[in-house]
Design a protein around this ligand. Structure first.
Ligand SMILES: C[S@@+](CC[C@H](N)C(=O)[O-])C[C@H]1O[C@@H](n2cnc3c(N)ncnc32)[C@H](O)[C@@H]1O
Length: 231
């Protein structure tokens, strides 16, 4: 692949969007209203949102756990894919993000909390509570876990994701796994951060899962995600 071809990534995304992602007012509003309300532009791209939501359809997921709600953009994608089949539980630490997410979800016609429940708090405080509820059978385990919050905790969230999962066949998706490994110096030229956690090595040594990392290029530049299936 030549550099010239990589430079066409935005044009390719625009072309794909035009033909495969029909305009959706609720999703578009989630982007514009989030920006208007001062949220950072760090939601997944349209194409990545569709791709991740299609994975839940392929796996007939019934309970999606999302860590990192922001303005609810990816939550809307998941809710649309799960319509009539299941529910999304999303965790967000910043109250203003949670409030904007609920507003955006409702504008998109998603019922809150019936279709998407947004839990406010630091994920590492909330996840043990979810684990206890699953243990007591007050909550169903998750069959799809989407990790898209603070990068330093990707491994902790992954570990919880496996523990909170339904078991065999459940999927864990970690966004930004490639940028994290490059920016923390685990791979490449950047100086290695003192406390860098080698997510991929940890996952590779974890007998509970089978996993792969897929590098991606698109309108949001170069990155990649880790995808794991619980054995
Ligand atoms: C990349 S954004 C999520 C984007 C969202 N998934 C989307 O694509 O529309 C990350 C979000 O995680 C939240 N976050 C960061 N650290 C967190 C933590 N410890 N617990 C819960 N949420 C956290 C941030 O406040 C931010 O809203």
């Amino acid at each position: 692949m030549s550099v010239d071809q990589v430079n066409q990534r935005k044009a390719v995304d625009a072309y794909v969007k035009k033909h495969l992602l029909p305009a959706d007012e609720g999703l578009e509003n989630a982007y514009t209203n989030s920006t208007k309300k001062g949220l950072p532009m760090i939601a997944v791209s349209e194409i990545q949102g569709k791709f991740a939501s299609m994975l839940t359809t392929i796996g007939s997921a019934r309970n999606v756990l999302e860590i990192g709600t922001l303005g609810g953009y990816s939550s809307i994608w998941f809710a649309q894919a799960m319509k009539g089949r299941g529910k999304v539980t999303s965790i967000e630490v910043i109250p203003h993000h949670r409030d904007v997410a609920i507003e955006n979800l409702r504008t998109a016609g998603v019922q809150v909390p019936e279709e998407v429940d947004v839990l406010l708090g630091a994920a590492l405080n909330i996840l043990p509570r979810l684990a206890a509820e699953i243990e007591k059978r007050e909550r169903e385990p998750f069959d799809f876990v989407f990790i898209d919050a603070d990068w330093d905790n990707q491994w902790n969230y992954f570990d919880f994701g496996v523990k909170l999962s339904k078991g065999k066949g459940s999927v864990i998706y970690i966004d930004n796994a490639v940028r994290n490994m490059l920016e923390s110096g685990i791979v490449g030229d950047a100086e290695r951060e003192k406390d860098a956690i080698d997510l991929v090595a940890n996952v590779g040594a974890d007998d509970r899962v089978d996993a792969v990392v897929m590098q991606t290029v698109g309108s949001k530049s170069y990155d990649g995600f880790l995808l794991a299936i619980v054995k």
